[in-house]
Design a binder for this molecule. Structure first.
Ligand code: DGP
Length: 116
């Protein structure tokens, strides 16, 4: 399930430290190293999935669990009522730089739309 060359798999394995804020059987979340908002948390599946394009039918429960994590994190961070964004980039053209899917959970400031 884990990929030796994947930065986020190394965080899951404890090889690279991260500020963990949430853990479940299927998902882990930690603070982004380069935060773009007062709350900027990355929610990742424990299973290595490189991009949205690589999600398989059997992964639906895992993907759902990422949003359950986002909801819980938003509540804990106190941003649920004001509003937050949960967004996943797919491939370089959309800004994906780490090829292990991750939901960016951003909040704590006004967020404009559309993103750049
Ligand atoms: P994306 O560009 O959508 O693939 O987002 C990747 C995010 O990962 C980016 O916002 C910065 C973050 N990131 C990269 N390396 C690390 C790291 O070593 N630790 C943490 N916590 N975040 C990282």
């Amino acid at each position: 399930m884990s990929n030796d060359n994947c930065l986020f798999c190394k965080i899951l394995d404890g090889e690279i430290p991260a500020d963990l804020v949430y853990e479940s059987d299927t998902a882990v979340a930690f603070r982004d190293i380069n935060p773009q908002a007062p709350t900027h948390v990355l929610v990742i599946p424990r299973k290595h999935i490189a991009t949205i394009n690589d999600i398989e039918a059997d992964d639906e429960a895992i993907i759902g669990s990422l949003y359950s994590a986002a909801r819980e994190i938003a509540s804990r961070e106190g941003i649920a009522k004001a509003g937050y964004r949960a967004v996943m980039n797919c491939n370089e053209g959309a800004g994906q730089s780490v090829f292990h899917i991750h939901l960016h959970v951003l909040g704590g400031r006004p967020l404009s739309w559309p993103p750049g």
